[in-house]
Design a protein around this ligand. Structure first.
Ligand code: UDP
Length: 250
């Protein structure tokens, strides 16, 4: 059923260091995104991991974005641990990579239009190709790389608008991608816009996902750190996150 009004589904969230994280499963996240797609007002979805939350504490613009996002998914084991510690357990992790996959599958069934913005030149195109093969009929209507200065955000937004996307997936890293989404929301007006970090690298095959066993042991972050020294800065924020959560009480 299509509606023309903007309705926010009632939120059931837990506050992690002042960030409202929705207590949702992947199934519920997908249902909410489908609800957003039935509405007219553009919605912002943010996947929150421990290092992103630590970053938000030092970056008022990103903090504000997380406060005002329409959906904040639990994207790390640290976030899930912090929620459980507060007696407000979360069903499981809802990661950007998994959501991209689900959204592309749903696009094949529902016909909504997806634009992939971000990653190095050629990567989003390759990711689109792989996703179309995995989800035949998935409507990825356009792609563009994510290496441009913030001064050109409006110009890139106008390029994207030509493709009339319903869903805009932006892979430019936290918090650049969320800031781009917010600054250009009124130009692009995608019904759902979401930052998806390194997802296009994963789908293009540029980054291999950790083996299933490592994923099962919830150690994919450690696998990534070992393979990518740039992730060390992120890993360093994990003890900071844990310390702040422990100090913040229950
Ligand atoms: N990236 C980009 N533009 C930039 C900087 C980075 O498109 O100016 C891309 C980069 O190529 C990679 C993604 O953003 O595909 C960042 O991935 P990462 O795993 O670091 O994301 P995060 O951990 O921040 O979610």
């Amino acid at each position: 059923m299509m509606t023309s009004t903007s309705q926010k589904p009632a939120r059931n969230h837990v506050s992690i260091l002042g960030i409202p994280v929705d207590r949702i499963s992947m199934k519920r996240a997908v249902e909410i995104i489908l609800e957003f797609l039935r509405q007219d007002e553009p919605k912002i979805v943010i996947t929150a991991d421990s290092s992103g939350i630590v970053q938000a504490l030092k970056d008022p613009e990103y903090f504000d974005l997380l406060q005002n996002a329409d959906l904040v998914t639990p994207d790390s084991i640290g976030v899930i641990w912090a929620a459980k510690r507060k007696g407000r357990a979360i069903p499981g992790r809802v990661s950007g990579v998994d959501l991209v996959d689900k959204i592309c599958g749903l696009s094949a069934d529902h016909g909504f239009r997806i634009f992939l913005l971000g990653a190095a030149p050629g990567v989003a195109e390759l990711a689109a190709e792989k996703l179309r093969l995995k989800h035949p009929g998935c409507h990825i209507v356009g792609t563009r790389h994510g290496y441009f200065p913030a001064d050109d955000d409006d110009v890139v937004a106008r390029e994207v608008t030509v493709f009339k996307p319903d869903v805009l997936l932006v892979a430019m890293g936290i918090p650049r991608q969320e800031k781009f989404i917010k600054r250009t929301q009124e130009i692009i007006r995608a019904k759902v816009a979401m930052g998806v970090g390194g997802s296009f690298d994963v789908f293009s095959g540029k980054t291999k996902r950790a083996p299933a066993l490592v994923q099962k042991l919830r150690l994919e972050w450690m696998w990534r750190v070992l393979l990518n020294p740039k992730k060390i800065a992120k890993a360093k924020s994990l003890p900071v996150f844990a310390w702040k959560v422990l100090r913040s009480g229950k």
